[in-house]
Design a protein. Structure first.
Length: 102
């Protein structure tokens, strides 16, 4: 197969040109159909660019959700860690108050 960009002759089995790495075949990310043209899938009609953007968007979305979850968890941990400190301070204040009364 001849590369559409640099006209190098490539074996039919290759997906990318050996010389300039131009894609010679496109594999549909949805149905795995292999075709010679990019853009949309000839079999299921999926738009390759849109599909890719959707996957990136989904990855970003799940990363944000995980970060939000981690932040809530950190907030809970902060409260747990601070609890004996705030509780301890009020206990000390209580003891000092009692000592002064005696
Ligand atoms: Zn090429
Ligand atoms: Zn497809």
């Amino acid at each position: 197969m001849q590369c559409p960009k640099c006209k190098t002759e490539n074996p039919e089995t290759l997906t990318f040109c050996v010389r300039c790495h131009t894609p010679l075949k496109y594999t549909c990310p949805s149905c795995k159909h292999v075709q010679l043209k990019g853009g949309t899938c000839e079999k299921c009609g999926v738009d390759f660019a849109k599909y890719g953007a959707m996957l990136v968007f989904q990855a970003k979305d799940s990363a944000q959700a995980q970060r939000a979850k981690a932040e809530t968890r950190a907030g809970i941990w902060k409260q747990i860690v601070l609890l004996p400190i705030t509780g301890g301070l009020s206990l000390i204040k209580y003891l000092i108050g009692r000592m002064r009364h005696q």
